[in-house]
Design a protein around this ligand. Sequence first.
Ligand SMILES: [Zn+2]
Length: 404
Amino acid sequence: MTTPIPHLLLRGGNTFDSSARTFSGPRDVLCHDGRFVAAAADGAGNVLACEGMYIVPGLIDCHVHLTSSGAGNEESLTRGMPTAIRAFRAMRHAEATLRAGFTLVRDLGAPEHLNIHLARAIADGLIEGPTILAAGFGVTMTGGHGHTAIAREADGPDEVRKAVREQLRAGAGAIKLFASGGVMTPGVDPRAPSFTEAELQAGVEEAHKAFRTAAAHAQATEGIKNAIRAGVDSIEHGIWLDEEAIGLMLDRGTYLVPTLTAPTQIDAGGAEAGIPGFMLEKNKRVIEDHIASYQTAVEAGVKVAAGTDQGTPMNRPGENGQEIVLMANHGLTPATALLAATAWAAEMLGLGEERGRVDEGYIADAVVLSRDPLADITAIADPTAIVAVVKDGRVVHRNDGGTR
Ligand SMILES: [Zn+2]
């Protein structure tokens, strides 16, 4: 039998109202049995003084790789590393992610199903971390992007179907399909489509049958269109969106998870960070188009959700908040950037009814900030501004040092 969680009162904070897109209050927010509630049953509870603070919903990152540290040379660093050491590292990365206010993440590819095992260890209470929807391996064509590390190769609709079923059998909470080349695999061109529409369709069908979202890594224009037509829930990266692709996304309600942090951090890190030359070179060719595509999509009204691609070079766990800042710097308002990492992300993941809002009945995940993120969005990515992180109605992190 599990011990009941004592209720938790977040007292007197300004609370983000996701519908009004502004803070309301000050008011009390009550958590009981892991949910936000209007009134608690009797019994002793805990109180967190939030007067003068800003309460936002627990943050969501729709694209991480928790097995990766985000080192510049991660692939050479981890080559030959024992699985157990990889798992211990992933545990640390999960803890850092949670401390940054991210209470839910979707892990889109890891070696040896480590992301699925990590998700289970956290769900079972063995270790602290965000709730994880883990894809297991991504599924890619023979020689396609990701094949060297985080993907299982498959060719033809039937084999893709089988590869997806394998991930589901292992316990995957999401499915990842590779619809084009990418920056991080040597010899693979990000402008090249990979799976055919029929292959993608088979994968999406299996994912949706199991009530999982299907995410497509899609950078090349044709790859993006194949994925949208195949019915994926989200286009990851979306570097080369053209008018037709944007029209298709609007028609189908497909989300864009732009992962602006990935190219930005490769560019910032450079050769000094140990990032392989081929990546730097490919990144140079994509970064401007990537940001321009995102801006065009936002202006056209394409739905967006926040995802960092944490684990790519210099894209470290616990620094996930920078994606929200980038999304705001390049076209969203601070309030809508916050929605992209909360309510909108939850909707994309099919969890809009129970996550992403500080509202009665929702899962009690929240972040208490000392600074107003709508006045200055960088507060969301500033570890000294995070006063507390609440997950499932429990305070899982308190920042007692530093500025307060
Ligand atoms: Zn990724």
